[in-house]
Design a protein around this ligand. Structure first.
Ligand code: FES
Length: 95
């Protein structure tokens, strides 16, 4: 699995996390696993999300994803087609 190879690479190479940015796309479980590794190691991580998109222009709300906010209730929906598709791993709330 890619995330396992990535974790092994981090352990072996011990890169300076401030100088590393991870860009990921692909299956959502893999991206979540990569994001978890990055967040645990304080590595910036950007994810290109995929969703079924009926309209592709922010009308149908079919591509909504939860993201963290500082205001109650602590999350909100963003649209992958309109607000993304690239999101910082630290802002996503995976379900
Ligand atoms: S695909 Fe319709 S709102 Fe994103």
């Amino acid at each position: 699995m890619v995330h396992e190879a990535f974790a092994q690479w981090l352990e072996r190479e011990k890169p300076i996390s401030d100088e590393l940015v991870v860009y990921a796309c692909g299956p959502e479980p893999m991206m979540k696993a990569v994001a978890d590794i990055c967040l645990a190691n304080r590595i910036e991580c950007q994810l290109a999300l995929e969703r079924h998109m009926a309209c592709g222009m922010g009308v149908c709300q079919g591509c909504a994803i939860k993201v963290k906010t500082d205001e109650p209730p602590g999350w909100m929906f963003k649209l992958v087609c309109k607000d993304g598709p690239v999101f910082d791993a630290s802002e996503l709330l995976w379900e």
